[in-house]
Design a binder for this molecule. Structure first.
Ligand code: PLP
Length: 406
């Protein structure tokens, strides 16, 4: 049954009842009735590009949300590059890349990706959400059973499901559980594929990749990483989780990433051998049957790769910021773990308490996320994403205000 609130929130007619609907919705969110602008039916509307300071619901906040780790999404050079490409090539090719749909911008983005990740080739497509699907479908003739971290991103589970192969879940970041699942679930002659996030988005923790590889070795299995959060950020050159562990990509260790987060652009990618890229092109419908990434977006994203590659000092600044906030959070008594990722996550006693802290911080001009995202406990978590453009003053302000609230 549709509740009165759901009706008011979701229907156009509901907007006619906005004064009641918004008040009820605001209450549900723990916001003061006056806090939502007139006519707004979602809690937050971003009125600027995301950055260390971001305008939300018409008000400027010190912003610790999202995944724009180098705050590039509003970068002027990227925008100019995108506009130039828009003028020259239009929106996109209006046909798939298996026919007339290639253009110099897409090819350049892929060349840059292959250069950045030191692989023979790379494949760039319209969304990082397709990472799991691209890898799993591309490898469909090379595995019989998929073993997936139980808190893997939705997109990984959807990607594996698209192959109609059986899935077994192993305990989060637990190689010994993976070992026992390999022993108990894999039938004689079957080939395993493990797929996991390289970095898990909710807590920013890293998958135990060397140990997973060790468990797979007796079975000659393949490991695929969705490294959406790590690329650009983790490892000496920002090549992600494999670089962090000093591991080389191969036909047994395959990664994917996104340009939508650290690189400030949009779209997923796989840097890999020429043979594997060719195989994906020939076998995966999401490549051969879809319009490619819009050209202006591809051009701006390729500029994002160039910028991240030529500014290693941004990663240094990010490390400084991560160290500063984690030290401060520990001083306040929070267990924020020791991941080098710019994701700082903590919980309080109850969901209500966390929502209250988020609201109090918003009142004071600071935006952190309250999430029930994949891998979060049932009550949710509070998460602050750290950007290279946050100043010490931004970070100290969050710490000071938090200290008053907990
Ligand atoms: C592990 C993982 N894969 C894929 C995605 C989706 O990437 P995109 O935002 O580029 O579609 C996300 C998004 O947060 C993610 O965390």
């Amino acid at each position: 049954m549709t509740t009165r609130r759901a009706f008011l929130r979701n229907s156009t007619l509901g907007l006619l009842f906005a004064p009641y609907g918004l008040r009820a919705y605001a209450e549900e969110l723990g916001l003061e009735p006056g806090q939502l602008p007139a006519g707004q039916t979602v809690p937050f509307v971003m009125d600027s590009a995301p950055g260390a300071e971001t305008v939300i619901n018409g008000r400027k906040y010190v912003y610790f949300g999202g995944t724009g780790y180098f705050a590039l999404h509003g970068n002027a050079e990227m925008i100019r590059t995108g506009i130039d490409a828009f003028g020259k090539y239009g929106m996109h090719s209006a046909t798939t890349r298996s026919g007339f749909g290639n253009n110099p911008v897409l090819l350049d983005a892929e060349k840059r990706l292959a250069g950045y990740f030191e692989t023979e080739e790379a494949l760039y497509y319209v969304s990082g959400y397709l990472n799991g699907l691209m890898m799993a479908q591309g490898l469909a003739d090379q595995f019989d059973l998929a073993l997936v971290d139980e808190t893997a991103h939705f997109s990984i589970k959807d990607g594996i499901n698209s192959t109609r192969k059986p899935i077994v879940f192993y305990k989060h970041r637990d190689p010994s559980d993976l070992r026992s699942k390999l022993k108990s679930e894999l039938k004689a002659g079957q080939r395993p594929l493990v797929i996991t996030d390289g970095v898990f988005p909710t807590f920013g923790v890293i998958a135990p990749v060397p140990e997973i590889i060790e468990e797979l070795e007796p079975y000659n299995g393949i490991l695929c990483l969705d490294d959406a959060h790590a690329v650009g950020v983790l490892g000496a050159n920002g090549r992600g989780t494999c670089e962090h562990f000093g591991l080389k990509l191969s036909d047994k260790l395959i990664m994917s990433g996104t340009l939508s987060k650290a690189f400030g652009g949009h779209g997923g990618f796989i840097p890999a051998s020429a043979a594997f890229i060719q195989k994906i092109k020939q076998t995966v419908g999401a490549y051969s049957g879809a319009s490619p990434t819009p050209t202006p977006i591809a051009a701006a994203s390729a500029k994002g790769i160039e910028l991240v590659q030529s500014h290693p000092e941004w990663r240094e600044k990010l490390r400084h910021n991560v160290a500063r906030i984690k030290k401060g959070m520990r001083k306040l008594g929070f267990d924020v773990g020791d991941s080098p990722m710019p994701i700082v996550t903590w919980t309080l006693k109850s969901a209500d308490e966390m929502k209250k802290v988020q609201k109090e911080l918003l009142d004071r001009g600071i935006a952190v996320a309250y999430l029930k995202y994949v891998g979060a406990p049932s009550g949710g978590v509070l998460r602050a994403s750290i950007f290279s453009t946050h100043t010490d003053a931004h970070i100290d302000r969050l710490l000071e205000e938090l200290k008053k609230l907990v």
